[in-house]
Structure formats: C-alpha cells, structure tokens
Design a binder for this molecule. Structure first.
Ligand code: PGA
Length: 252
C-alpha cells in the first residue's frame, strides 16, 4: 500500500540542452511504470524548462534544496519553496548529506526548509544518514534519530502524508559501496520505529522510506525486496536516461 518512489538527484550536473535531452529520453522509457512514482531533480536553472517538457507525463520534478525563508525578500542567492513550485516542482529534497557536510546545513535549517516546503505544497524528501566513522563507532542509529527528530520537530500529523524520508549512509554516496540490503533494512526499520514513537503507528506504516547510496540497475531489485524499503534516491546512476529507467523498471 506504500507506493514506491524512485527519485533521481542530478546534483550540479547538466546544462539546459543535456537536461532536456535526458528528460525527453527518460519519458517513454518509464511511461509504463505505474508501480512507482518517478521523480527527477535537475538544477534550479533548468527546472522550469524540464518541468514544461515533462508536462502530461508520469515523471515529476523536484528541487534539490530551498530557502529556509518562505517570505519573499532580501535573501540574495536564495530560492523560496513556492518559487520552485511555481517553476513546476512538486517535490523537494532537503537535508542532503552534501549540503550538511559542505554547506553548513543543520537539523535546524532542515526543519525550517521542511516547513517552508510543506507550506508551499511540495512533497518533501528529507535525507538522513550517518558518516562512516559514526557507523564504525556504533553511533549510526543515534545520528539518524537526531536528524529525524531535529528535522521533523515542528510537524503535525496532517503534514506527514507529504513527508518521505531518504536514508542515505554517507559512506555509500558516490562511492560504489552500497549498503547491503540487510544493512539498509535494519536502518529503515529503525526509522519507522522512531516515526511510530514520535507520531503514531499509522503514520509510521504509511511513511515511505527511500534508500540512497550507489543504487544501480543491478542492485535495486535486492534492495526493493526489503520490507521497509519503499524506493530509492539515486545520484550518479540517474544522469543517464537508460540507466535510470533500468532502476525505475526494477520489476520487469
Ligand atoms: P549516488 O548518490 O547514487 O551517486 O551514490 C546518491 C545521492 O547522493 O542521493
């Protein structure tokens, strides 16, 4: 009953022509993928162009980040969540580990961005995940719990149907070192438990939890067999339409 989501995060890749070509190549390859929601997150500058070209298809568009501020004003360089919505985004990624590691993202800013995105009517993909030394030190669960509790702090029950959590162990992102399906399942089950404690068993049952970190066409099926894994957030392997379609169409 939880519809899987397969989302491609293009990060800081692709100029306009390449973005449009990839989106248009992807469209027919995933047109029959009714088993999941298909999302791509291009850079801000091409988001509207890509969203326009995908109109009427089953591929949705996401922003990769947004401002903590909802109110338009003097915030040079920031993009408000409703501006992304206006440009054609229906989803947003917040709290990606690259933003946490390299651009000063904190649980506090993730919480504010989540609130801003919800107010703009977007579906939020909130990323959490531990670093290698945290896992090796036995702290993976406490790190993920802290990120979840911090990011979700102000949410009310009515917000929850628009929240998706992406568990992305930092040591698996862009490294080719995927978590094993068992490692992913263990943390996904933990995320679901934290959600049940914080909100309710019903909200926790309905929550979609995506896995991210070196997902490829040849490992998606094993991951998707895990009971608490409801899709994937894909970086490198989403840049090429055929490869990403191979992940989306993991069932066939
Ligand atoms: P990757 O990136 O698939 O290239 O490991 C995942 C992500 O950063 O979301």
């Amino acid at each position: 009953m939880r519809k899987p989501v397969i989302a491609g995060n293009w990060k800081m890749h692709k100029l306009i022509a390449d973005s449009v070509a990839t989106a248009l190549a992807l469209k027919p390859l995933v047109a029959n993928a009714s088993h999941c929601e298909v999302v791509i997150a291009p850079v801000f500058t091409v988001l509207k162009t890509v969203a326009d070209r995908l109109e009427g298809s089953n591929v949705r568009v996401a922003g990769q980040d947004c401002s903590t501020e909802s109110k338009h004003g003097a915030h040079t360089g920031e993009v408000a969540a409703d501006m992304l919505r206006d440009a054609g985004a229906t989803y947003i990624i917040v709290g990606h580990s690259e933003r946490r590691q390299f651009y000063g993202e904190t649980d506090e800013s993730v919480q504010r961005k989540t609130a801003a995105a919800l107010a703009a009517g977007l579906m939020v993909i909130m990323c959490v995940g531990e670093m290698l030394e945290q896992r090796e030190g036995g702290n993976a669960e406490s790190v993920v719990r802290g990120q979840l509790e911090g990011g979700l702090r102000e949410l009310t029950a009515s917000d929850l149907e628009r929240i998706i959590v992406a568990y992305e162990p930092v040591w698996a992102i862009g490294t080719g070192r995927t978590a094993t399906p068992e490692q992913a399942q263990e943390m996904h089950a933990f995320v679901r438990r934290v959600f049940a404690e914080r909100f309710s068993p019903q909200a926790s049952d309905a929550l979609r939890i995506l896995y991210g970190g070196s997902v490829k066409p040849d490992n998606i099926a094993g991951l998707m067999k895990q009971p608490d894994l409801d899709g994937a957030l894909v970086g490198g392997a989403s840049l090429e339409a055929e490869t990403f379609a191979g992940i989306v169409n993991y069932k066939s």
